[in-house]
Ligand binder design. Structure first.
Ligand code: TXA
Ligand code: MG
Length: 308
């Protein structure tokens, strides 16, 4: 049996598996199995009010679980498989575990593009509920080793490459007539607006009562982060972008060429790496242009720097 079949068998038998996707590694279980889904919350130390995304291999499967309006259909046709999650009304109570939806009457659905993830999903009998495969509140994992660091041998990890996108999926709420962006990602607000031909509103963390997982502090390294710096303090590590004149004993450049896609792919890996250095007391980050995927990078950095 190959790794993917083994992972699918574990999920079909009610177990939990970590697996690669193009965004970040996920920690997955059968979305229809209460006990299996509960294990995810326990392993992550995740608050039970924070709902999970279900992952499906194609749109037809998604339509069995969610009610797609015209906007949701258009977005799914345009961006799936890929790094986009759609929040839509739940089609029927009682099939998907209430722990997945945290009791809401809406559901977040994503069809990922990573070939290994898709193969896994095709072999699973039900949708796979999966948050990012990190302990709740810590930085999301983009490499096999990151997941290993988080869970050791406690979880079966399906091996894979480094996540090519490196940031979690864009989340779009399609439940009402007004389309809302709940989480920015590599598919930008502009991409969504260009696809639908309408204005997309952004919900702030406070407004997002239907996404209680959007807590302010998230993705946080153990060490404090300072953003948009123009100088580095003693015992701070430096995370920089593009041409950089600053210097620190421990420094990593997200993209020396100033490429935002490359910076996104490196972000969580480099945050984890600098956070691990014993002598480092904080992480200073130089400004990153707030355009395109830079918006999502800056949103993750702002959360990482928030301490409440
Ligand atoms: O790229 C991704 O989306 C990754 C990979 C593994 O697919 N998953 C991921 O899951 O980032 P997680 O649990 O770390 O983030 C899911 C977010 C949470 O902020 C949660 O609150 C929100 O989705 N969410 C889930 N169901 C929702 C719903 N019904 N309404 C609004 N927000 C929801
Ligand atoms: Mg997460």
């Amino acid at each position: 049996m190959n790794n993917v079949s083994q992972a699918a068998q574990i999920i079909n038998n009610g177990g939990v598996v970590a697996f690669p996707t193009e965004t970040v590694y996920g920690l997955g279980a059968d979305a229809t199995n209460d006990l299996a889904v509960q294990q995810i919350y326990t392993l992550k130390g995740r608050p039970s009010f924070n709902p999970l995304i279900i992952h499906v291999a194609n749109l037809d499967t998604a339509l069995q679980y969610g009610i797609f309006n015209q906007s949701a259909m258009t977005l799914a046709h345009r961006f799936w498989p890929g790094p986009l999650t759609l929040v839509v009304p739940l089609r029927q109570q009682g099939i998907i575990s209430k722990h997945v939806t945290a009791g809401l009457n809406t559901i977040a659905i994503r069809c990922p593009s990573h070939p290994v993830t898709l193969e896994l999903l095709r072999l699973c009998h039900h949708p796979v509920a999966a948050p990012s495969a990190n302990r709740s509140g810590y930085v999301s994992p983009t490499k096999y080793e990151h997941v290993k660091d988080e869970f050791g041998d406690g979880v079966f990890i399906l091996p894979g490459d480094q996540s090519s996108v490196g940031l979690e999926s864009t989340i779009i709420d399609c439940c009402a007539d007004t389309i809302c962006m709940l989480r920015p990602g590599t598919i930008t607000q502009h991409d969504i607006e260009a696809c639908l031909g309408v204005t997309v509103s952004e919900k702030t963390t406070v407004e997002v009562i239907n996404a209680p997982g959007q807590l302010k502090s998230h993705y946080a390294p153990k060490h404090p982060m300072r953003l948009n710096v123009h100088e580095v303090q003693m015992s701070e590590a430096l995370l920089c972008f593009g041409e950089c004149k600053l210097h620190a004993n421990h420094m990593l450049n997200l993209s020396p060429d100033g490429n935002l896609d490359e910076a996104a792919a490196n972000l969580f890996d480099y945050m984890r790496a600098l956070d691990k250095v014993a002598s480092v007391k904080g992480i200073a980050v130089t400004p990153i242009p707030n355009i395109g995927i830079g918006v999502a990078i800056n949103e993750r950095l702002a959360r990482a720097a928030a301490r409440d």
